[in-house]
Design a binder for this molecule. Structure first.
Ligand code: GLU
Length: 512
């Protein structure tokens, strides 16, 4: 019988969720939704030394912002909880005991000093089938002594007893079959008595099994752990419900940052975020930039991330979440690392701004207006929406709407020198005076009728169209660029248009 698809995103709350982790979460989500399955968020916090306050909330907030829905988790609840590993100690203890009872794991009492001495004595020392019988553990010590040591509360770890010389096969849905020999693996620590906690490997396998996970989709950095995980499934007798493994390609440095894995430093150096949300380090107070605070739309970030390591197979680049869910497949995931082309991220944002509805953008633009000293309520939603519609084609970020459209909200306070040089000849003030007269006579000041009248006047007078229109624009906008001139004048109105021309005539001096 086909099992219901169940996937999990299993971050460790050791700091802000990295953008690579977000991509892992996204691929899990896309796959779960495509198959009508379940998406679990499991918090892997068994490493108490690396726990960072705020990291768990950050993960929840980031996923919610991006629309990556969670079906089961600490907040959502579910039938397979608790979903936080530090609350599952009893379960792990019980499972460690199962392996001990079956002779598949053993107690080891070696102190850090003893292990260090061994490492000095033997080059490439590894705790495994060749060396375990020369160490202090329940395989070499008499049973009553082992029991006495445990009863005395001596510190110990439980190690996995790996049978040597076996070819272990990992079937990965992106990479195919990966085979390694078990002799290269060491007897991994599964449990530490000192903190009464399992290690990642044990907790991860036990939880994936108990939570009935069918597909383990995670970053490539976990591929080396996969053979050990296969052996653990077998040791527990769970081989027939072992999940499918999928190891996603690494995110690599962008062009211009050298080779290797994408790092926070690359982002700092080249000016792009590697975290979904801004992160305030609770210890140092340092602030790391986030996509949200940088003005990215969540749909754009999702689309951009989806294509880092996967392609649609048909060159389509702009895809909604629903389209991504429909098209996603491991066959179109690449084995090799994906270069983090952050400039493409800005391009996606531009594309999504163009598609975003103007009224929504107007709401996002309001804080930017306020930051620039403009009171949005003095202009009203309709006005703001119309200005956004006229300039959004020129920007990648909402914040840039200000630079492109500030003249809608205030008359220019200076005039671009290069435009004055090119367009403001000695006879221009007189022509602009004449233009004022023409504009005063226009009854319907909307774009098209005003344009027709002004152009007819220019033609009749035999003036140079480009020179007159650019001088006009210079007085109204402050420079010779921007949206269609008569769309601008329609919005700011007749009175304001004329006032700006008057001011231009008074203030702009020809530059020889
Ligand atoms: N806790 C691991 C991490 O932080 C999970 C790895 C896995 O998905 O198995 O990435």
């Amino acid at each position: 019988m086909e099992r219901r698809v169940r996937v999990r995103f299993a971050p460790s709350p050791t700091g802000p969720l990295h953008i690579g982790g977000v991509r892992t979460a996204l691929y899990n989500y896309l796959f779960a939704r495509q198959h009508g399955g379940d998406m679990i968020l499991r918090i892997e916090d068994t490493d108490s030394q690396r726990f960072v306050p705020g990291a768990e909330d950050y993960i929840n907030e980031a996923l919610a912002w991006l629309g990556i829905g969670i079906d089961e988790g600490v907040r959502e609840g579910g039938n397979y909880g608790p979903y936080k590993q530090s609350e599952r100690r009893d379960i792990y203890r019980e499972h460690v005991q199962m392996l001990l009872d079956a002779g598949k794991a053993y107690y080891a009492f070696d102190t850090p000093e003893e292990l260090e001495a061994k490492r000095k004595e033997m080059a490439n020392f590894q705790y495994d089938a060749r060396t375990r019988l020369s160490m202090r553990n329940s395989l070499t010590l008499p049973a009553d002594e082992v029991k006495a040591m445990i009863d005395r509360g001596e510190k110990y770890v439980v190690r996995f007893k790996i049978e040597p010389d076996r070819d272990v096969e990992v079937i990965d849905l992106i990479r195919g079959k990966v085979t390694i020999n078990s002799s290269i693996l060491d007897d991994k620590v599964l449990y530490k008595r000192a903190d009464d906690l399992p290690t990642y490997h044990l907790a991860n396998i036990v939880d994936d099994h108990l939570m009935e996970v069918t597909h383990v989709i995670r970053g490539e950095e976990w591929l080396p752990s996969a053979p050990l995980h296969v052996l653990l499934y077998e040791a527990f007798g769970w081989a027939d419900t072992m999940p499918q493994f999928v190891h996603l390609p690494l995110l690599l440095k962008p062009d211009g940052a050298g080779k290797g894995k994408l790092s926070k430093r690359d982002g700092d150096k080249l000016g792009f975020p590697v975290f979904p949300l801004e992160w305030h380090d609770p210890e140092t107070g340092a602030v790391s930039m986030g996509y949200r605070e940088r003005g990215y739309l969540p749909q754009a970030v999702v689309n951009f991330l989806a294509l880092l390591g996967w392609n649609s197979g048909d060159d389509q680049e702009i895809m909604t979440m629903d389209e991504l869910i429909a098209k996603f497949s491991f066959e179109h995931c690449s084995k090799s690392g994906a270069k983090f082309d952050y400039k493409k991220g800005a391009w996606f944002n531009h594309e999504y701004l163009l598609r975003e509805d103007d009224a929504t953008l107007a709401q996002l633009f309001k804080p930017v207006l306020e930051a620039n000293g403009v009171k949005p309520e003095e202009f009203g939603d309709d006005f703001i929406t119309r200005t956004v519609a006229l300039v959004k084609g020129r920007v990648s970020f909402v914040s840039e709407l200000w630079d492109q459209g500030k003249f809608f909200y205030a008359a220019p306070t200076s005039y671009a020198e290069k435009d004055i040089k090119k367009r403001w000849s000695a006879e221009m003030p007189a022509i602009m005076e004449e233009l004022i007269g023409v504009l005063e006579g226009i009854a319907d000041f909307t774009s098209k009728p005003s344009e027709d009248i002004v152009l007819a006047w220019i033609a009749e007078k035999g003036y140079h169209l480009g020179n007159v229109m650019n001088a006009f624009r210079l007085t109204v906008v402050g420079e010779c660029k921007g949206p269609h001139m008569f769309d601008v004048t329609e919005l700011i109105g007749k009175e304001e248009t004329i006032a700006r021309i008057r001011r231009g005539i008074a203030e702009i001096k020809p530059i020889a």
